[in-house]
Design a protein around this ligand. Structure first.
Ligand SMILES: [Zn+2]
Length: 135
């Protein structure tokens, strides 16, 4: 998927449609990886413009590494809506930072109804020190 400058891209997930109401935003949604079950892991990049977003400090925000922690999706949606808004603080943040958002780090666990683990039975939040591509 290509980044957009202006326009009104929308993002649909879990029945939720979000439209970006401003033209002073760089928005890019792409599949960064696939889970063991083949589900997409989306990465959303938000900044002010396509010319400078690669040079700015990056803030990474992820959600749902523990599948059952549904409140994190509500927090994520709030952050996402704020960063895409016309709010003056959101514009300020987009001017000086690039945000990389991952709405669901453990889609297999979410689909299977697991509490903390992925489909492989591993708590992904305990794998940061010694990551394994298979998990
Ligand atoms: Zn957790």
């Amino acid at each position: 998927m290509q980044g957009t400058q202006g326009g009104t891209p929308s993002w649909q997930e879990n029945g939720c449609t979000i439209e970006i109401p401003t033209k002073c935003i760089f928005y890019k949604r792409e599949i960064m990886a696939r889970s063991i079950c083949g589900l997409p892991l989306y990465q959303i990049t938000i900044s002010r413009d396509s010319k400078t977003y690669k040079r700015k400090p990056v803030v990474i925000i992820t959600s749902r590494v523990h599948a059952a922690e549904t409140p994190s999706s509500y927090v994520f949606d709030g952050i996402y809506n704020f960063l895409c808004s016309n709010n003056s603080e959101a514009k300020f943040l987009r001017k000086f930072y690039t945000f990389i958002l991952v709405p669901t780090l453990n889609p297999d666990g979410v689909v299977c109804g697991n509490y903390r683990s992925s489909i492989s039975g591993v708590d992904l939040n305990r794998q940061w020190i010694q990551p394994d591509e298979e998990f």
